[in-house]
Design a protein around this ligand. Sequence first.
Ligand code: AOS
Ligand code: ZN
Ligand code: ZN
Length: 388
Amino acid sequence: MNDTSAVKDALRRQQIETPSWAYGNSGTRFKVFAQQGVPRTPQEKIDDAAQVHRFTGVAPSVAVHIPWDKVDDYAALSAHAEDRGVRIGAVNTNVFQDDDYKLGSVTNPDPKVRRKALDHLLECVDIMDAVGSKDLKLWFSDGTNYPGQDDIRTRQDRMAEALAAVYERLGDDQRFLLEYKLFEPAFYMTDLPDWGASYAHCLKLGPKAQVVVDTGHHAPGTNIEFIVAFLLREGKLGGFDFNSRFYADDDLMVGAADPFQLFRIMYEVVRGGGYDPATGVAFMLDQCHNIEPKIHGQIRSVMNVQEATAKALLVDGDALRAAQESGDVLAANAVFMDAYNTDVRPLLAELREEMGLHPDPVAAYKASGYFERVVAERKDGQAAGWGA
Ligand code: AOS
Ligand code: ZN
Ligand code: ZN
């Protein structure tokens, strides 16, 4: 796409979801650094997410994580979000934090633990009904640490059984997004280690089961854009958990470690029709801001995704195809690199002004005084949920 106004129209439609847990205190297993002004309640996390939308204009939803965002009245939580100009997006499940899950959740050898885990997943679908959410995000920490610890095949049977039960419970306009992860916290074998395993389970279940690609969940050097192209072609790409990694599941800001990779991923999204809202690819962030300010970090991340998307939309498709079809390797690569090397910041600043926003979201956020206000108002903010 070369026409700037068409690129701008596409960017105006973009929707990037921020995670409630990004606004709380987080850290590593060595230390959680408490920051000032962090939310004390799920409502306050939504308030912070609303700031990200207010200044970027493209982050209209916030993902919740249960039970970190547990409340008595979910319809009221949803109304609170709407009142702040955002909505609740994906409901993230949590079957990794109880002592019961030491040997796994839905793949645990103990049927009572499996039942407990499944009940939680089903409860999360009830919450989806209450908040009007269409996406259930499933991530399992299940796996084993030692060869022989449990039977790999039997654990797959247990996984399939639980996924089928969740699938059955989904409403017509709901789906689940199944995450995979190479390792951690299990270090020998993970029950859903890669996209192939997630894909196979989803394929068996049907159209309401799709794969979510967390960009931090692969072995170093993995060609993530290939996975994206493949899943989109098969109609099985449900969405992204965007973040950056240098080493493992670092959960750093998306586009910070490898902006070129992010561009290549977004190019495949655009190329495969995943940018069309009808395809339903969810662009979610899954990040922690351990040492940097959190709202600012989310704004920066949303802008990083926007920049990569703008560059992907700028790839001259006709020139690329012509070069590819004539076997002109270097010309094809040059077309691709031309788009990547374009400075899209002026275009995005212009777009924001057209949308009635400040051209520089970070400057506008800093000038708003929101951070100083919450620092004064909120004492003893909440940990994001883990590690504290
Ligand atoms: C864990 O590594 C996964 O990325 C999940 O998406 C998880 O639920 C999320 O990171 C919150 O901890
Ligand atoms: Zn994730
Ligand atoms: Zn992760």
